[in-house]
Ligand binder design. Sequence first.
Ligand code: DOR
Ligand code: ZN
Ligand code: ZN
Length: 429
Amino acid sequence: MLDLCLTNCRLELDSRVVCLGIKDGKIDSIKNLPSPAYKTLDMTGNLVLPGLIDSHVHFRDPGLTHKEDFRSGSAAAAAGGFTTVLDMPNNKPPTSTPQAFSKKRKIGEKKSLVDFGLHAGVKDPHDMGALVELRPVSFKIFMDLVDPTFLKDASMNLKGVDPELPLSLHPEDPTTVHQSTINMKKEVYESILYAQARPPLAEEIAVTDAIALCQDMNQKIHLCHLSTKKSFHMAKNAQKDGLPLSFEVTPHHLFLDTSYLESCGNMAKTNPPLRNDEDKLGIQDLAEIDIIATDHAPHTLHEKNQDIWNAPPGVPGLETALPLLLTLLNQGKLTLNNLKRLLCENPARIFNIPHKGFIKEGMDADLVVVDLDKEELINPSKFHSKAKYSPFEGFKVKGMPVMTMVRGNLVMEEGEILENQGIFVYSKK
Ligand code: DOR
Ligand code: ZN
Ligand code: ZN
């Protein structure tokens, strides 16, 4: 007897419908006809996808829970169709010691509605061995905050303790950012100056350094939020040369350009900044990108309402990513296979997360049910995130998640959030 049978599931745009049998949190069977179950739900009319995995979120828990906590952040994830999130280490205190890592894992286990993994930070490279034992999905380093020797040291230590674990890098060169920021602060005040304070060159220098590290050390590297065409081409070429490199792009860098910094002000302020039309990556590049990650980076409206230099960078992305991408799917600009590759399969593969990312027998029953005809205007006041602002406010979208399920448990139904206990996920060794 199954725990749950989902009937009339459309898994592909043009395929026949199937029944998904769920037992003990796993996909037990995929059949043409329903099997006996304690509960049956009819999915007629909707598309059923693997639950999305966001490889880059900032839930601010512990330390900055006025911006977001594991509860509100994971509710935003469930509302947006994400069933697993990988949380970044820039907390207070940072998740860069074994104690801080274990403490954050406990917080997530208590408060998260969706499954979660943790990126570890690096304070003292000698702590990396003890941290590896606690099973982070990667070690994250902000290249804009460290010098190149530190990066090399971290890589040497990591290679010694776990050569398979990637270094996730925020690629911006500190010297270029520092000098350009000083120059821009001399100019007459305007929001758009922020884009020039952290110019494309800052990213491109850091990506060059990251590729050199990848090559010299044979270090597995994951580049976070690439934003320029040039760094994208550099990363693609490195991959063609056989280097162990992967990269992600955010929806805001794909959809928006610097004009949004003028029209939305700080609500569109993020690091790296939005780029102008000539420099930016765009939706035409989707087929060649490895991962779409939201870089969900919530702040309070009060903080965001300061001037452009003092307002913190970051936009909340968990509740807008899937509707924006389903809109592209409806417009014929993104294939369903690419959507699954970018948001389910590749995040699971690159961060080595077992049992997730695919609808197959034996996998976790992590699912998002999507109504491709549902139209809405993006309305941040309805977000479950504590950050109720978005540069996408007012965007017209077609295609919405209507149900999210984590290991067979309903966590979102028609926008309502339901109780669930998320578990800690870690890369298989
Ligand atoms: O825009 C950003 N916000 N970029 C980062 O690298 C950090 C993040 C944050 O934590 O707010
Ligand atoms: Zn970053
Ligand atoms: Zn980030």
